[in-house]
Design a protein around this ligand. Structure first.
Ligand SMILES: [Cu+2]
Length: 68
């Protein structure tokens, strides 16, 4: 289990938060996700899912994930 916080670019409203949250939750191995619009972050609790896999899922939803 690993908990990491990533930076998210491109979110402007709660719909964006929802899209990013769902995109991350759909990734196999992801257990819990908390996205903050104010802080522009995504807290991801996973079974050690690689950053690039998460980044790809978020990119498909139209947002940018980067390592902090
Ligand atoms: Cu939005």
């Amino acid at each position: 289990m690993s908990i990491k916080t990533y930076a998210v670019e491109g979110m402007t409203c709660m719909h964006c938060v929802h899209h990013v949250t769902e995109a991350l939750k759909e990734v196999e191995g992801v257990k819990d996700v908390k996205v903050s619009l104010a802080e522009k972050t995504a807290l991801v609790n996973s079974d050690g899912v690689q950053f690039t896999v998460l980044q790809h899922a978020v990119a498909e939803a139209g947002y940018t994930l980067s390592e902090k």
